[in-house]
Each structure stands twice: as C-alpha cells, then as structure tokens.
Write a protein that binds this ligand. Structure first.
Ligand SMILES: Nc1ncnc2c1ncn2[C@@H]1O[C@H](COP(=O)(O)OP(=O)(O)OP(=O)(O)O)[C@@H](O)[C@H]1O
Length: 808
C-alpha cells in the first residue's frame, strides 16, 4: 500500500474504533487518537516528533518537522476543551474569527498561537482526537494570524471523507510541499485555479453500468484468474505453472536499461557484501538456500528486499515449495501474513507467537498446549521441581503437589513466546525438524510497525532454532538503518527484481484457461450464469492473443505497472467484465469461429475509468498531467516538463536515474514557476508514482522518473482516450474555452470537445513557449501526434456509424 492508501486505511480503522468522543483525559486521547493520527495516518515518523517540549514553563504537545519544526500540535482532551461550533460541520475552511466565538476554542487557539509564536513555528494545530483546527500562527504578509482562515475537520468521519485534503495539507508530504500555506495564506483568490468541469457534472464520477453478461464475466473470470492463486489445493501446480523467474529486464520499459538495472544499485553500493540478488542467471542464488539451511548457526534473519508488489511473497512460496523443496523437506514452515491481519496487535510478540502456535497445530498437528506435549517439553523442569522443597509434597500430599506442578507448567505455557521457543527446541531435539518462519507483507503496514516486526524477526533468529525470513521494502529498511533504529543489525539481504510483466499475465491466463477446461470436463463449471465455460474460454483466448501479440498493450501494462506485478494483474482484472470492453462482440466473433482483437482504446478506458463513468483522479491509477494548482495556464505543462527533465538528467551517465530536487526547482524556476507550483506538481508526481524518491516518501530527496511517468508524458498524452478522460478534471483558465468545454457523451461530441481542449492547450502553450527556453517537454510535438490520433479515432467512429446504419 502506498503511504496515502495506508494512511486512509488506518484512519478508517481509527474511525471504527472511536465512533464518538468519550471523556478520556489528555494523555489517553493523545495515545489512542492523536498519536495514531499523526504517525499512522499522516505519514510522520516518530523521529520527526518531539513530544511535550518544555518551553518557558509551558508544555507543547507535539513539535513536528523533519529538519526545522514546521507545526505544533496541541492535544486537548477528547471531545472537550475545545469544540467546533456546530455550524461549521462539513466545511473545510473557515475564518478563524468564527471559531473565537466559543470560549474554550478561543482559549485553546490563543494558547497554541502563543506556543508557535514563541518558538517561531509557522503552523498551529489543535486536535482533540475527533476534531482538528489548523492555521498559520506566524505569517510574514502583515495579516494578523487570527484574521486568517483555518482548515478544519469536525469529525474523524469528515477526515476520512476528505482524506485527500487532510493528507495534502497536514501529512509529512503535504507539509513539505507547503500546500497548507497555499490554501490558507490567502493567495489572492484570483490566483487559485478555476473550477473543473467535474464540479459541474451532476452525480460525478458516476458508474459505468455493466450488462448481465459483463457482471457474470467479472465474477466468474475473477474466480478462475484471480482467486485460484489462493487455493491451497492447486498451490503447487499454480507455482509450477504460473511462476516466472525474476530478474530479466523488461523489453518494453520507456526508461533506460541503466535505470532499470539501478533499482537496488545504491543499496548494494552502500552495503557492500551484504546484499545479493535472490535470482542469478542460473536460478535461485545458491547462497540463499545455503544460508537458509545454515541460518541456525549464524543467527541472523534473511531479509528479502523488494518494492511493493514485485513478487516477494510468491518468490518465498516458490522457494519453499518448489526450488528448495528437498532441502527444506524436514522444516516446519510457519508463515505470518501481516497483510491479512485486520487489526494491529498491541503486543506484537504475543501475536506472532500465537499465529505460529496455531499453525503448528493446524498444519503439522502439533498442539503445543496439549498436556503430554507440555510435560515432554518441560520434563527437565518437572524433575527439577521435584528436587525443590515442594517436592516433599509428592508423597505427603499428592493432590497439592499436582496442583503446584500444574501451576508451574501453566505459568510456562502462558508465556506465549517463551513456550513456543521451548516447544520448537523440543521438536528439533526429538524429530530433528526446525522451523522456518516467514514474516511477510509487513510493508503494507506503517514504518514503525515494520521496524517492530523486524526486531521480532531478529530476536527469533537469535534465540530460536531455525531460520527467519522477513520481506521488506528497501526504503523502509534503509531509512530505519540510517535513522538509527535498525542500525545495529546486519542481516543477510537478497533483492527481488520483478519478473517480465507480459509473461506473468500470459502464464496466469493460460493456467486459468486450462482450469476452465477442467471445470467443464468435470462438469463443475457454475451453472445458471449468462456465460458458460466455452464463452469464458473464448474470452480468455482473446486476452491470451492480445498479450502474445499486441505490443502496444504490453508496453502499456509494463510501463504503467512499473515493476509492481500486483498492479499489472489488477489491470488484467480490470479488463475482465469491464463496461468498456465489448464482451458481446468478443463472444459473437468467437461464435463465428473467429478471434476478436480488442482495440487498445478499450483496454485503456478500462484502466483509466475503472467502474466509473468519468475519470476520477483519486480512484484511477492514471495521473492527470494537466491539473494545475493556480490560475496559470502554463502550469498545464509543468508536470510533463518536470518528468521529461528528470528523465533527461537521470539518464545521463552515472546517476542511477536520481536527480537532486534542487536541480528540479532550478529548472522550473528558470521556466518562471513558483516554488509552490513546483512543490505541488512534484507531490502529485510522487503520489501517482510518476516519480520515485530516493528515500521512500520524501518530496525533498532526489527523485527519478518511473516507467509510469515516462509512459504518461511520452505516450498517453498523445492519445484521444487520455485527453478525453482528463478534460473533466482539468481547470480551464480561459473563460472562453471554459464555456465551450461541457459534459459530452456521444463519441462525436467527445471528439469535438477533445479538439477544443487541444486548441486550448495549444494556445496556452504558445504563451508559455514564448517566454521559456530549455524546455524538456514540447507540447507542440505532442499536439501533432494527438491530432493524428484524433483523426484516427474520428475515422473509426465514422466507420462504425456507417456500419451500424447499413445494418439498420
Ligand atoms: N515472478 C512471478 N511470477 C508469477 N507471478 C508473480 C511473480 N511475481 C509476482 N507475481 C504475482 O504478482 C502479485 C504480487 O506478488 P507478491 O504478492 O508476491 O508481491 P510482494 O512483493 O510480496 O508484494 P507486497 O510488497 O505487497 O508484499 C501476486 O499476484 C503474484 O502472484
């Protein structure tokens, strides 16, 4: 999960756990709600926080910021000590003066204002766990702080509903790009970007209706393509037939091979001798299997490093069940999947011990709480107990002796982690079977959680008999190392590179296709649907053909997924039963014995729109390059220029693709953009993974272009389908063009609208180009290519119309 998604996920958990304010005191409020909000939901790290700083005899609850402190959060008791006036519910910005009408709120505002001013911290935040007020406490524009505006949230529910606003203004990222400043420091409203067409569309973003056929296809297709991965019965077969060895460089990526190769170059450079590739040209790195076996001796965990969705889990599953099956035959494989655990346990060690014990019982039929087993594990302790004074009771008072012995054993069993360790030692001693523990999918959790799990893994490896694998994102591991929390540990690390996207998808489709045949032959294919097994097979044949021979499609999926194979598979699932792919047509052609070729624009629309009628930026994997933050039409070309510039510099020799952020600001400043505009676009680029930062989440660290970024500004922008979708989400600064660009449904209206939009961008470009030199992205060239695509689309639409008319 990206930081934004995991922040929202955590906030929703918080909302469900605290539906309404209680009377908790300040410390409890802080612990239960505000800590969680800042750390788990807004992407701040513990090291960015200074808690309860003492200042001139007064206490500051949180001073937050990476280098200099940027904001002070004053925690108030849950529900009381300040309350927002009821009239402001649902509003995101109010005049601070409106809030001063309530005495407790006014007092709290004055108090935090005082703290900020004394300490020269610009942003003040008041939080009572359920409500939040943020405002500028020190400003240089001559406006007294209390005459300004505040950003407010009246409930956790509102924070969830408008999480994008909460995140973009108060998260670590948002603060880095000074969004709050832009929003509250009263940039002249004329400078704000105008409304988007989407603001005027009733029911936006709407839902794309599906036919019954498409609905059934979605369900049944998902069953065969998506769900089979988790079916235990076919696990080995799935791994044998669907697994693609990783490491081969993509042939379709629109970034240089050097950038692809440099994926973990800095990791290896900075940690010489500690990091190796998990795969070599000849298969699994032998050092990994050898290490897995001798791990008990070296007492260090094996860390599998890889970016999100790159294939860490499947690599481990394949290693254990296929590649190293013989070597690991005697091991007890115990697996904790943190991705599937809904809630975070407060005592993680107990939680891990419980999960492992449950698996010993369920998978290996070893119940470590069973009384005979317990007696066997603690045989020596029992004998020792008999030597102690209480041992006299064995003869004098056997019942009392049993009770005391029982109490002793129960105390041992109830210490979960220690009992598990003793049990595993006993198992190894008696049956020579050692545990192999995998702590997986930790990277979907917040960073401090990942660190805690890493420490548990480290301690398991140190004190337990057996091997421990931990899968982690490189950014987490190395950030934690450099910030000190994991600095002392030297685990063995193996990196995972993604497999070839088109191969992963093809193998998955071929496997699913065979399973459909098996279901048909065994007469277990679900009945009563509008689609039968031969329809589903025909549909899969069409997809298989597309992924075998449609290079445009391969380029699209490979680049947009950028090494995240889960995303690539999500795109595949998006096609199946999509209201944008003509399923009916596929089946009609199959009935006539043919094989339909799905046009690219149908695939593309399925990805861009998902289930919606209109493009919605927060729900789509695709980024609108043309969105702007100010009433400045030149800004439409800012993000494409940043991407092109970062790619150009990054691909020059010796850089691993990374470009210092200052160089980006120098470039955009040279083009006449403000720091705020650049910061805003950089943040959008990072959030949508068009750019990646060298230090995980930071918008101030060097960044490099991703394949997604490169593909978006080089290829997508030239397509009618992309332009057509982005129009609703792009503020049009020219009132004349704004009036001409309206909601449109029919293909011809949409084509006309796209031509007007192109004309608008051409005119904005002309103004921009006149005053700019050294542009990295040229809209004029893109516009010519777009012209060709528009003509092409019009030609196809007209041909389809005449075909339809000749049938009627
Ligand atoms: N080499 C591969 N061969 C076949 N399928 C793969 C391969 N790598 C990844 N996949 C598929 O891509 C998806 C994501 O893979 P996986 O869950 O292993 O990634 P991960 O790195 O563990 O993800 P996360 O970072 O979210 O924990 C899964 O559906 C998996 O089956």
């Amino acid at each position: 999960m990206d930081p934004y998604a995991s922040g929202l996920h955590n906030l929703e958990i918080l909302k469900d756990a605290h539906p309404s304010p209680t009377n908790s005191n300040e410390a409890t409020t802080r612990l239960r709600l505000i800590d969680r909000l800042i750390l788990d939901c807004l992407g701040w790290n513990p090291e960015d926080l200074v808690l309860e700083e003492h200042h001139d005899g007064e206490y500051v609850d949180y001073a937050i910021g990476t280098r200099a402190k940027s904001l002070i959060v004053e925690a108030k008791k849950e529900g009381i000590h300040f309350t927002l006036p009821p009239g402001v519910a649902g509003r995101r910005q109010v005049e601070i003066e409106t809030l001063l009408t309530t005495t407790d709120t006014s007092k709290a505002i004055q108090q935090v204002l005082g703290y900020c001013q004394k300490r020269g911290v610009p942003i003040a935040v008041l939080a009572n766990g359920h409500q939040l007020i943020a405002f500028f406490a020190s400003r240089q524009d001559g406006v007294p702080p209390l005459k300004g505006r505040a950003l407010i949230f009246s409930s956790i529910q509102e924070m969830c509903e408008d999480f994008s606003i909460l995140w973009s203004h108060l998260s670590k990222e948002g603060i880095a790009t000074r969004n709050l400043q832009r929003a509250l420091l009263g940039k002249n409203p004329i400078a704000l970007s105008p409304e988007k067409l989407s603001d005027r569309i009733p029911g936006y973003p709407g839902f794309r209706p599906r036919t019954q056929l498409e609905t059934d296809l979605k369900i049944i297709g998902g069953l065969f393509i998506q769900d089979l991965e988790d079916e235990e019965e076919v696990e080995d077969q799935f791994l044998e037939e669907c697994y693609c060895s990783s490491g081969a460089l993509s042939q379709y990526a629109l970034v240089s091979k050097e950038i692809l190769r440099a994926r973990y170059a800095s990791v290896k450079r900075e940690h010489p001798g500690q990091v190796e590739s998990a795969y070599t040209k000849k298969g699994v790195n032998p050092a990994l299997t050898t290490h897995a076996m001798s791990q008990a001796l070296s007492r260090r965990p094996i860390v599998i490093l890889g970016d999100v969705g790159v294939g860490k889990t499947i690599f481990l599953r394949h290693l254990i069940r296929i590649d190293a099956k013989d070597i690991l035959a005697g091991s007890l494989v115990l697996y904790v999947d943190f991705g599937r655990e809904p809630a975070l346990a407060s005592n993680l060690e107990d939680f891990v011990a419980k999960r492992l014990s449950d698996q010993l019982r369920d998978t290996y039929n070893i119940n470590i709480r069973e009384r005979n087993f317990v007696r066997a594990v603690y045989n020596r302790d029992i004998n020792q107990f008999k030597q102690e004074p209480a041992g006299y009771l064995e003869e004098d008072d056997p019942a009392e002796f049993r009770r005391r012995e029982l109490a002793m054993l129960e105390a041992r069993v109830n210490d979960g982690p220690a009992h598990l360790r003793r049990s595993l030692e006993h198992i190894r001693g008696t049956s020579k079977r050692s545990p192999l523990v995998i702590l997986d999918n930790i990277d979907q959790r917040p960073k401090d959680f990942q660190e805690r799990v890493f420490l548990i893994g480290q301690s398991l490896a140190e004190t337990w008999p057996g091997t421990v694998f931990i899968s982690l994102r490189p950014s987490t591991f190395f950030e934690s190392r450099s910030s000190g929390s994991l600095a002392a540990y030297q685990p063995r690390m193996f990196t995972i590179a993604p497999a070839r996207t088109e191969q992963v998808i093809l193998k998955r489709l071929i496997f699913a296709r065979a399973k459909v045949e098996e279901a048909r032959e065994g007469d277990v294919f679900p009945h009563g649907l509008s689609i039968d097994s031969s329809d589903l097979s025909a549909y899969m044949d069409v997809l298989i053909k597309a992924f075998e021979s449609n290079d445009d499609l391969k380029v699209l999926i490979d680049n947009l997924s950028g090494g995240n194979l889960r995303t690539a598979l999500m795109f595949l699932y998006a096609f199946i039963g999509s209201g944008y792919v003509s399923t009916q047509r596929v089946l009609e052609v199959a009935e006539r014995g043919g094989l339909y070729s799905v046009p690219m624009h149908e695939f593309l629309r399925a990805i861009i729109f998902g289930d919606h009628e209109h493009f919605q930026p927060s729900a789509s994997a695709i980024c609108n390059l043309f969105d702007i933050s100010e009433n400045d039409g030149r800004e439409h070309f800012l993000l494409p220029n940043i991407l092109a510039h970062v790619q150009r510099l990054g691909e020059s020799a010796g850089r691993d693709g990374f470009v210092p952020i200052d160089e980006v600001y120098d470039f955009t400043q040279g083009l006449g953009f403000s720091q705020e505009q650049t910061g805003n676009q950089l943040q959008r680029g990072l959030a949508k993974r068009l750019l990646e930062s060298s230090s995980g989440e930071s918008a101030s660290a060097p960044c490099r272009v991703t394949t997604n970024g490169s593909y978006t500004y080089r290829s997508l922008v030239q397509r009618f389908v992309y332009i057509d979708a982005m129009i609703v989400d792009t503020p049009i600064v020219d009132a004349g063009f704004r009036r001409r660009i309206q909601d449109a449904t029919s293909i011809f209206d949409r084509l006309d609208r796209a031509c007007i939009f192109k004309e608008y961008l051409d005119s904005e470009w002309a103004r921009f180009e006149a005053g700019a030199t050294d542009l990295s992205f040229r809209w004029d060239l893109t516009s010519e290519a777009l012209d060709r695509d528009l003509s092409d689309a019009r030609y196809r639409a007209e041909r389809a119309r005449s075909k339809r008319e000749s049938h009627e």
